[in-house]
Write a protein that binds this ligand. Sequence first.
Ligand code: SAH
Ligand code: SF4
Ligand code: F3S
Length: 452
Amino acid sequence: MKKVFVKSYGCQMNVYDAERMADVLAVKGYSETKAMEEADLVILNTCHIREKAAEKVYSELGRVRELKEERGEAGRDTKVVVAGCVAQAEGREILRRASVVDVVVGPQNYHRLPDLLDQADRGRVVDTEFPVEDKFDHLPLASRARTISRGVTSFLTIQEGCDKFCTFCVVPYTRGAEVSRPVARIVDEALRLADAGVRELTLIGQNVNAYHGEGPDGATWTLGRLLHRLAEIPGIARLRYSTSHPRDMDQELIAAHRDIPAVMPFLHLPVQSGSDRILAAMNRKHTSDEYRRVIESIRRARPDIALSSDFIVGFPGETDSEFEDTLRLIADVGFATSFYFKYSPRPGTPAAEIAAQIPESVKAERFARMQNLLETQRQAFNHGTVGRTMDVLLEKPGRHLGQMAGKSPYLQPVQFETDTHRVGEIVRVRIVRAGSNSLFAEQAAPGDRAAA
Ligand code: SAH
Ligand code: SF4
Ligand code: F3S
């Protein structure tokens, strides 16, 4: 049996896509391996979002080349595929820069992988066309055994692509226009996941709350309505969704946080900046106040909701006082956790053309200040949960014998002392201590009321 090794970079869409690629290759007789050196097929599933992410591919390809040569000396063939957003953005350029690569395939064309590998026997191939057919109609769903082996939480892509064109971002170019999958397909996939023991679904999309899929009734369904439907599936105890745009947080979705117990009290809602001038230059199409109002409305619906965001420091032209506006927004809102990045100019995006690029030293200084504030907020949030009772979904064995690792409703990693519980159980625990990255918990006393 042939073996495939897939390495993914970037966002959760790539994690999901890596599984779909492995599924389509499983049908062709490939089994997955975690060791690159024993792979007959190496797939790098790449990310183009920042320069560092994109450059990683080429350094990794250097390592792959050595392996391919070593295997070649032992008489074994190795095929190398570059997939993902660098593949889409750079296409044929990758063949020029890296002679080790056999196939370059964009994110919309994974269903064609088996064909492309056959073609690669006759010469190197590139497939980055946006196809007319929907790849999801051609990608097989995982077998029950494969799904079981992947654990009790799962991503499920419901929407792909982006029409928003933030001026810093490559995603609209690498992933194409926004497309929502039909409700029936999503429900079918969710039912199969639940049947294989999945307890928590994270619905994913580059703009997941812009979801507008065709419902079984012929109407267009929103994300709020879809959440109601998925919550009815036996076995599915938890629902999450990511990543959302502030402009698409409609009232129905906000109400879902109040009305559906399975919808977890955690929301990743990137704002990028707290300055209205920068937000406009980013083409975010909302102000800092509008963001604050969305947050207020979500907190009215679900007072204990934990919030997370993405921030960019050093967007072209960002002044000290505009950066301070962002710190003020962070201080006002209070985030449980966040991601923050130094602005990285990306080829082909409008912001990369702006003359007033910010020096690296200024970016670094702003980054450190932001890190300080967000890290303080994260620790405060975690310490604030000590002493509270909450439900934890057990996902895998813990760091030590007699421990299991799971997640709180607020997406915090939790280590739980137990010899008697199994993966997939949802246990009511009391948080006894907060470490730097995980919470530590013990079983709650009978009758303790959970916070969520
Ligand atoms: N679709 C999601 C996020 C996509 S990329 C959304 O709209 O929120 C994830 C994050 O990477 C973005 O939220 C942004 O904070 C960051 N990012 C995107 N392009 C960037 C760039 N050129 N430089 C630095 N950070 C960037
Ligand atoms: Fe990129 Fe903006 Fe689209 Fe998010 S909404 S993927 S940041 S263009
Ligand atoms: Fe990266 Fe593409 Fe995701 S650029 S963040 S892998 S959509």
